[in-house]
Design a protein around this ligand. Structure first.
Ligand code: ATP
Length: 742
């Protein structure tokens, strides 16, 4: 090995000021060299350590039984870091892999999601460089590659925590950050790189003198994903620039065993360690998994109802997120997808870790992310492309020892996925939706699209994007775009008419609705789909929460008509009405007008024009004219009578008031004689009394009113309208009606 022993330590701590590159050397080195020892020398290995330099092929069998980190032959610095971070006992994958990886063997590690794979390789990386006495001037000693930026960030945090006592410098190299130039200047000084494939390749291509020729350990987290076609070119280019003599660690919950993949990485006799291979399930034991049939056009209703039933929760995918946000379900909604700016992505990620919320997320958040172990529900609104994808998605909950729940919405045409999951040892319980608890949202969405026209475009994009995502899926056993009822789906998004889908034109001719479709062209198709992760804060009343779940999601067994056609059950009754409303038929039959008599009996529309004596309808023009003339005269007459009556009533009223006012004055004079200072209330009451009398004739309700202006206004109004009380008006109207009928 290249390492000179006892090399000077003068440059040991460098602090990079850029956000891009953080240095592990900023970790506090609390183990300063003791007095007397050479201050420039690298800290010596601990005396008690059973091994000094572990050679390839060394047998670690005596550590196989170790259950705690402090029983392992690792440096004190790592042990201290682990302890400070709260890691004491090892998980299964750590117990199985560390004894081998600490012998510098290549590892293919497979273990369920949330089982602690990260620590298994982080410890190995630190120990390898420590044993090699790696220093700042040695450059890049280890590279950890992650498929997503968020995951790289998370790995970097774990590395910082556990490696706190070491003197290595480490950098986070991920895309979407601006200060690439600073990063280029410093990257050669870093010992450990945590990066995404794209950014690493960019440095390999663009950074002058970027040197990985001394690389000791290469780690691929989510290895099967990085070896997947999506990263194939980038990874091949990266590997071609790395030395062949190195240790390679591959970890994933869904590990690749492809010989081709392994050949690409030039693995040497790798240890295949799959700790849960014999396990009955491929997913965490504490994870309760459910699936149910949800037809495409009811997905949003179901999702909306689910969120409303879990108001202590988090989601992703643009239109749904934007629309639901505007509809305010009663819980913060957040959105995370690959096209967001990196800073925003990290902000959302951090917020979701902290707060009770619903995160609408594409598959960008489906792998590796830990979210503080606090995700309670994972809702997969769209079927995952394969079983591996399913396992990673649900793996965002039930981390380490915590519990979690998941639900998968499957369209009737996607039921094959359920078989595939069961064949891969994924225990999914099939449940049914309680249609009574379903809260349709499509009507609200239609209204929203009318109010916010910009939302209409988003909805159209969602529609097209979704259909294309199904269209391009490889697994045709599960995904068949021809089986989708696209008109209903369009209506469920609140769209007034079904957008034209160019790539489907030939195939679905005649399937679209009668209305002329709008023409849409979506160039930038993004395959991201709508998996949903829900995070709920700790509930104060678990029972209540369980009850809500039971109410919305019913297990098959609990349903009386378990054997009945599930489609009928899932279809909410309100849906039918809503669809009818959305499709306005201009040729619909015209309704008939109904008239009611005083007793509430229905009369034919022209009953009021019936000849009073014969009861025959007056259809002749002359007869009608005659009838209207008569009616006018009767009304005039009645009007005259009303006016007379009213005049009389007002006269009476004025006289009455005069009398009362006079009477009141006399009383006041009497009262004034006895008035004491504290008797203002009595005075006020007296005034009110007068006011009440004053208004009595107008309205019985105006009791306490002593406002003269209001009185005058009211009087004016009444006189303008030849005022009579409502009761009197009604009486008159009745009288008139009777006279007409008699
Ligand atoms: N030995 C341990 N003791 C206590 N907690 C641990 C231990 N190892 C890991 N954890 C915790 O378990 C959680 C899951 O660990 P980690 O993220 O490494 O899982 P993973 O196997 O990589 O999952 P995924 O396959 O989803 O990436 C983390 O919160 C981590 O802090």
């Amino acid at each position: 090995m290249k390492k000179p022993k006892g090399k000077p330590d003068s440059k040991k701590v460098r602090i990079m000021e850029t956000e891009e590159i953080e240095l592990l050397n900023s970790w506090i080195d609390s183990q300063k060299p003791e007095s007397g020892s050479n201050p420039l020398s690298f800290p010596p290995l601990e005396k008690k350590e059973p091994i000094g330099r572990v050679g390839e092929g060394d047998n670690f069998s005596r550590y196989v039984g170790a259950t705690r980190f402090d029983q392992l032959p690792i440096s004190k610095r790592t042990k201290t870091g682990l302890k400070a971070a709260g890691f004491v006992k090892m998980t299964e994958i750590q117990r199985a892999s560390l004894p081998h990886s600490l012998c510098w063997r290549d590892i293919l590690g497979a273990a369920k999601t949330g089982s602690g794979k990260t620590l298994a390789f982080v410890i190995t990386v630190l120990e390898k460089l420590y044993r090699e006495r790696w220093g700042p001037e040695d450059g890049v000693g280890s590279i950890i590659i992650s498929p997503t930026r968020e995951l790289a960030h998370q790995l970097f945090d774990v590395l910082k925590a556990v490696g706190k006592q070491h003197n290595f410098s480490a950098g986070l190299l991920i895309g979407g950050r601006k200060d690439l130039d600073t990063e280029k200047e410093r990257v050669n000084e870093l010992n450990i790189l945590v990066c995404t494939p794209g950014r690493l390749l960019q440095h390999m291509d663009e950074t002058p003198n970027f040197d990985c020729s001394q690389l000791q350990v290469l780690v691929l987290d989510e290895a099967d994903r990085i070896l997947d076609v999506g990263f194939k070119k980038a990874l091949n280019a990266i590997v071609s620039q790395l030395p062949k003599h190195r240790q390679t660690l591959l970890f994933s919950a869904t590990q690749t065993k492809s010989v081709q993949d392994l050949a690409r990485l030039s693995l040497k006799d790798p240890e295949y360690l799959s700790v849960h291979e014999e396990s009955v399930t491929a997913t965490p034991n504490h994870l309760q998994q459910t699936a149910m049939i949800v037809p495409l056009d009811q997905k949003l209703d179901m999702l909306w109802s689910f969120i409303k039933a879990h108001l202590n929760s988090k989601i992703l995918v643009k239109f749904v997120f934007e629309a639901f946000k505007k509809l305010r379900p009663g819980i913060p909604l957040k959105c995370l997808h690959g096209r967001m700016k990196q800073e925003r992505r990290m902000g959302i990620y951090a917020q979701f870790c902290e707060k009770r919320s619903v995160l609408f997320s594409t598959d960008v958040a489906s792998r590796g992310l830990d979210f503080n172990k606090a995700v309670d529900w994972v809702v997969q609104v769209d079927c995952p492309e394969d079983v591996a994808s399913y396992i990673h998605r649900v793996g965002r909950t039930a981390r380490y020892t915590s519990g979690g729940r998941s639900v998968l919405f499957l369209m009737p045409s996607e039921m094959k996925m359920l078989e595939k999951l069961q064949a891969s040892k994924v225990p999914v319980q099939f449940i049914k939706a309680n249609t009574k608890r379903l809260q349709p949202v499509s009507g609200l969405l239609s209204a929203l699209l009318v109010k916010h026209p910009e939302m209409q475009q988003l909805a159209q994009r969602s529609f097209i994007t979704y259909l294309r995502s199904i269209h391009i899926q490889k697994d045709k056993e599960v995904f068949d775009v021809m089986k989708l009822s696209i008109d209903e789906f369009s209506a469920s998004l609140g769209l007034p008419m079904t957008p034209k889908v160019r790539f489907l034109n030939q195939k679905v001719k005649g399937k679209t609705g009668p209305g002329k479709p709008s023409v849409l062209e979506i160039e930038n198709f993004d395959k991201e789909d709508a998996s949903v992760i829900l995070k709920e804060a700790l509930l104060t009343d678990d029972f209540e929460e369980d009850k809500v779940d039971r109410d919305l999601l019913q297990t098959k067994d609990t349903e009386e008509e378990g054997k009945a056609n599930i489609m009928d059950d899932v279809m909410p009754a309100t849906r039918v009405l809503k669809k009818k409303k959305l499709k306005i038929n201009v040729h619909r039959p015209v309704g008939s007008r109904v008239v009611f008599d005083e007793e509430g009996n229905t009369l034919p529309p022209l009953a009021m024009l019936a000849d009073a004596k014969s009861g025959n309808i007056l259809l002749d023009q002359d007869q009608k004219k005659e009838y209207y003339k008569k009616l006018r005269e009767e009304l005039k007459h009645a009007d005259k009578e009303d006016k007379l009556l009213d005049r009389q009533r007002r006269r009476d009223k004025r006289v009455k008031e005069k009398i009362k006012r006079k009477k009141g004055d006399v009383e006041d004079e009497e009262d004034d004689d006895n008035l004491s200072g504290s008797d203002e209330e009595t005075m006020d009451q007296g005034r009110r009394k007068r006011s009440k009398i004053y208004f009595d004739n107008d309205s019985d309700n105006d009791t306490d009113n002593d406002n003269g202006d209001r009185k005058e206004n009211r009087d004016d109004k009444n006189s303008n309208a030849d005022s009579i009380s409502l009761g009197e008006q009604e009486a008159l109207a009745l009288k008139l009606l009777n006279s007409m009928h008699s």
